[in-house]
Write a protein that binds this ligand. Sequence first.
Ligand code: MN
Length: 291
Amino acid sequence: MRIEPRRVKLTTRTSIEISRTIPHARLKTIGAWCFIDHFGPTEQTKPMVVAAHPHSGLQTVTWLFEGHIEHRDSVGSVQLITPGQVNLMTAGKGISHSELSMECAKWFHGVQLWVALPKQSLDIDPFFEHIEQLPRLEMQGLRATVLVGEFMGHAAMAKTFSPLVGVELVLEPGTHKIPVDAGMEHGLMLVAGDVAVAGQGMETSSLHYFEAGKAELEITVSKTATMMLLGGEPFQEKILMWWNFIGRTHEQIALARSQWNKREARFGSFEDQIGGWIPAPDLPNIHLKPR
Ligand code: MN
């Protein structure tokens, strides 16, 4: 299945547009991966400024190809992330953070991915990981960096709560057969370059989805390409995603929303150079249901 990206404006002070593939009407999740945002490459005339906002019930994975972001959060992290490093934020019961791209970098390009936490982990304490030592492997025109989970016998350190894999692939021209865990479903998102998957060329930021049961994914590359490989065991629960929260019931979401907007202790607090915070929008006038 092919998912074409849609352009979405993020709530930021400098109005960044990103390309989003999932969640999509035809594809909610790949394993526990539930959100794929591709931003840039864009020449940075203004920094990306995302003021303090909350998360719960999920993990965020930030991965850059170009540029720098300063991350600050309510568990005390102040962390500059540069290309080749992973920022993994586990929101659990609640965290707040801000993101500021650094003006020193002229170009800005990366992905932000969300991972849904399983029901039994929704209420864990929040924590933040910055990981610079990632497994890297190189063979026959393929370079892989393992962000999350295990790929070709190389395991990343990032803490996950369900069977999951996330890999950056850099592929030289030719046909590649990428070995994967047949117990997982997978998605390939094109970051840059020219490739065909399942006999069909891919647009930048689009996603090709493979159901579980495949032990090998074939990619034909005509111009050196970068792709994100994201996989996981099919997620067994229906989830409820609204704004920056993931839960299972309308009541959980409504409570998170009101606690954030009242600045209750659940989401903590921190200082940054940005100042201010992003209020949650009004809930829609319907009873939200998990999907
Ligand atoms: Mn965020």
